[in-house]
Design a protein around this ligand. Structure first.
Ligand code: UGA
Length: 432
């Protein structure tokens, strides 16, 4: 099938490349000329394991191309994968969706299927259809499909080929059959529903996962008070299939471009429909306060932070990505700087991005050793493999009296006890 994908952010690019890999002919469209030139030469603008390899392969085989030209006359199906960023009031900004719809309408010469990949509030797919049909030549009909994505950054390619389900929300059988054909080669279970339910599944899924995280973080706070170990609690809970063992890692909360944005948007959607989503509001509140825990712990451990050298290990919102959006390192670094600390940051790949997200006072170091040398406190923000596999002797040799505050529970307590480290983690007994 010939498919055009509008928008080459993380969703659009991964979708386009994956559809090319299963044999479709994909044209990825973006208005950014420099980015299009870069992608056309096989270079990915985002760090995503396996993506560049698949890009190169499918460009060479002629299944994948990139353009800035907004023409869709040869496309059988058009995917919209533009951003829907958060507005200051928490709602989704639909201006890029609106622009894409207008561009589609202007160049349509035949009936077309339009698939929405972007995360959009309930009812948006109906609105997109109306926008396109009103602006397109009169006889043209548009079939709209909601096909939300459930990819995790850092394992987006893996998730595309190994996901738990593909959700297809449609208004008629034609959309359903074509989307089934397009997705058949992924070999994954397909769940069919109507447009609004598909839109809702995306928000409800992200909100539920965020709820699990805030729930276990609340449990971790109680564990700290009563002397239990949250890891053991989560493992014991996860043995119950009804609960499941995923997304129960206590830490400094969720970040990234999805959970914070989508939870806020769902609270707004609920409010706009006269429902006060109290539970989700609490989830967001718990997450916001969770992020500051490491700074509070640092103050408890060393007192006034002014003039103290504090190392941040890991800066991206999670491992295997250079994405800094809504990363916990941002409010943490800002608060440390506000309190007069001397902040040094390390990340294996996110430093170039981090420079524009973190306060200018933060210094960056290329190695873990340089970051830890002479530090009073080390804060672990992101559980990168290189950070999890640090030999704990490194802390004791490079820091005068090592205080490690671990926001991601990277080390086993038994291992830590073998070293002269003051170790504070989340929801687990402190080691002095
Ligand atoms: C998330 C969802 O997992 C995807 O299914 C969804 O498609 C995507 O949002 C999206 O809407 O586009 P992503 O934001 O890439 O994916 O990252 P996750 O791996 O879900 O992690 C999100 C945050 O939760 C990270 O900051 C992570 O550190 C945190 N987290 C995750 C925890 O604190 N504890 C956990 O147990 C799991």
């Amino acid at each position: 099938m010939r498919i055009s994908v509008i928008g080459t952010g993380y969703v659009g690019l991964v979708t386009g490349v994956s559809l090319a890999e299963i044999g479709h002919h994909i044209t990825c469209i973006d208005i950014d000329e420099a980015k299009v030139a870069m992608m056309a030469s096989g270079i990915s603008p985002i760090y995503e394991p396996e993506l560049e390899h698949l890009m190169e392969k499918n460009i060479q085989s002629g299944h994948l191309s990139f353009t800035t030209e907004l023409h869709f006359s040869s496309a059988d199906v058009i995917y919209i994968a533009v951003g829907t960023p958060q507005l200051p009031d928490g709602t989704s900004d639909l201006q890029y969706i609106e622009q894409a719809s207008q561009v589609i309408a202007r160049s349509l010469t035949k009936d077309t299927i339009v698939v929405t990949k972007s995360t959009v509030p309930v009812g948006t797919n109906h609105w997109i259809k109306t926008l396109i049909e009103e602006a397109a030549p009169e006889e043209i009909k548009v079939t709209i499909v909601s096909n939300p994505e459930f990819l995790r950054e850092g394992s987006a390619v893996y998730d595309t080929f190994n996901g738990d389900r593909i959700v297809i929300g449609t208004e008629n059988n034609q959309g359903r059959e074509i989307l089934d054909d397009i997705n058949a080669s992924f070999g994954l279970p397909i769940y069919h529903t109507d447009l609004k339910s598909a839109e809702m599944i995306k928000y409800a899924s992200n909100a539920f996962l965020a709820t699990k995280i805030s729930f276990i973080n609340e449990i971790s706070a109680i564990c700290e008070k009563v002397g239990a170990n949250v890891e053991d609690v989560a493992l014991g809970m996860g043995k119950d299939n009804r609960i499941g063992d995923k997304f129960l890692n206590a830490g400094i909360g969720y970040g990234g471009s999805c959970f914070p944005k989508d939870t806020n948007a769902l609270v707004q959607i609920a409010g706009n429909n006269e429902h006060d989503f109290k539970l989700l509001k609490s989830v967001i509140e718990v997450n916001n306060s969770q992020r500051m825990k490491l700074v509070e712990r640092a103050r408890e451990a060393v007192g006034d932070l002014s003039g103290k050298r504090i190392s941040l290990l890991g800066l991206s919102f999670k491992p295997n990505t250079d994405d800094m959006r809504e990363a916990a390192s941002i409010p943490i670094a800002q608060e440390l700087v506000n309190q007069g600390a001397d902040v040094v940051g390390y990340d294996p790949i996110a430093i170039p991005n981090a420079r524009s997200f973190l306060p200018e006072e933060v210094q960056f170091k290329e190695t873990i050793e340089e970051t830890l040398r002479g530090a009073d406190v080390a804060l672990i923000i992101t559980e990168w493999e290189v950070i999890k596999s640090i030999d704990l002797i490194t802390y004791t040799t490079l820091m005068t009296s090592p205080i490690v505050i671990d926001g991601r529970n990277c080390y086993s307590l038994d291992e830590v006890r073998r070293h002269p480290i003051h170790y504070i983690s989340i929801g687990r007994p402190e080691v002095q």
